[in-house]
Design a protein around this ligand. Sequence first.
Ligand code: FAD
Length: 527
Amino acid sequence: RVQGTRLYSSEDPLTILTSDTLKETLRNSSAAWLVQFYSSWCGHCIQYSPTWKALAGDVKDWERAIRIGVLDCAYEKNFDICKEFEIHFYPTFRYFKARSNTFDVGKTYRGPDRELQTVRQLMVNFLQNHTKEDWPVGCPQLEPSRSDDVLPLLGQKADQYTGIIIEDEDSYVGREVILDLMVYEGVRVTRVVSTDRALLEKLGVTTVPSAYLLHPNGTHGLMDVQKRLRFFFSSFLKLLPGVHRKQTNSAREPVHAGSRGHGAAEVWKEFDKSKVYMVDLESGLHYLLRVELASHQSLEGEELKTFKDFVTVVAKLLETLLEWLVSLPLERIPYDAILDLVNNKMRISGMYLSDRLQWVGCQGSRPELRGYPCSLWTLFHTLTVQAALRPDALANTGLEEDPLAVLQTMRRYIGTFFGCQECGRHFEEMAKESLSQVRSLDQALSQVRSLDQATLWLWRKHNQVNNRLAGALSEDPRFPKTQWPTPDLCPACHEERDGLHVWNEERVLAFLKLHYGAANISPKYAS
Ligand code: FAD
């Protein structure tokens, strides 16, 4: 519960404002603001909160131009500030211009509806209402370019890509893509309206919206996307080689050093992002068993049970070392015995666990990035998928037929052993979706009723983590956090409804089963 709010938490991609921070935040802000003044007892505000969170997630990359905030008027400490801002109804949405140093109660939103797409488009209009003098510091140009400005660029070498969205006058796609890419370097986006015929004729563009790409080497061509939608254009541009998120000091999260499991500087290994690499799973297990667990002198009680269940799930699903472990007494085992297992017994059981950390699909552009936490996610996705594909694999373990077996094991491992304690805390917190019924991870998990749902649940949570960490210091600029799988990996997973990106979960599930299925696990680079 953060500063009097029950509907929003610090895990949401928005700013929770209070009487202590509101005026200071708005005064001379380099970005514009859209603030929802709500009341945590108001039923409509409760119903609406998922839309507001979805909006905040959707426009998170716009935050140097316009930011989303909330203020709870039902919180006693905020009574006076809500009065001062003349808030009479809940929720009230107010826009605040950037770079204003006079007190201002904002402009009330009176749009036709409160649908996400409508509010998002009004945010664009609001940004464009700024003048040259108060234009938000980080906001790119949103007006269309003219053919005369763009035609001379054709065939020219440049130090970055230029994306050109060609669209009808009343379309928002171009402006949304420009804002989506504003925190990326290596690419610039502009838009041209379809009535400006010269460019369309020169490029042979006949349908709009279309997107055209000028490469730094002077070549150019239509953007090769499966669907001509904002999300596809933005994803395509973000994934271009050499395009990465700008690192800023304002990134929110500290790097969680100590849980990365980095090895010595390695030679870069080429890899295919549509594959899962056995060597990442092996290195992850190596790190987990040899480094992370080594900080525990001995394991006993609940810790030992957590470890046993973890190994049971890993072993059964990855067919490895269970026999040895279950023969051990449950009371207490020294860590040395685990090391002995890793070093010797596993070799006897035919599984050689590499004693060297090397990451392939989980390589980072710097040694402290990606690596171990990436392999842990990969391992858990592989396990949920294996459990869904082979429901009988956990027979006789006491965990059979439990759709939650893998998720609970993961959760307990994360809570008990994962070196990044903050990550574990965030993970627990995140499940408390503050939405009426779901108040704890236990409750969230109780809604998972099948092995397929467990697979999807983990995918969904991982995307929530990706959303929260986008732009954080722990993000590898070479591997920007995106909602995954990206359209290039699974075009059928993505759809658009009323201007909002939506997942086709049936297709996502099918994709996860292929991606994390045995046939997609590559032995390349494995010892
Ligand atoms: P990762 O997010 O580690 O993903 C690994 C791979 O999984 C990706 O390369 C992609 O191929 C695939 N993938 C991506 N998204 C999905 C998805 N939705 N479903 C299935 N597969 C997917 N770091 C922090 O800085 N702060 C935190 O609070 C934090 N909390 C964490 C909580 C948990 C439970 C875990 C396991 C890790 C946490 N981390 C946290 C680490 C962080 O999530 C990343 O693992 C790390 O930053 C490395 O990122 P990455 O780019 O390698 O991709």
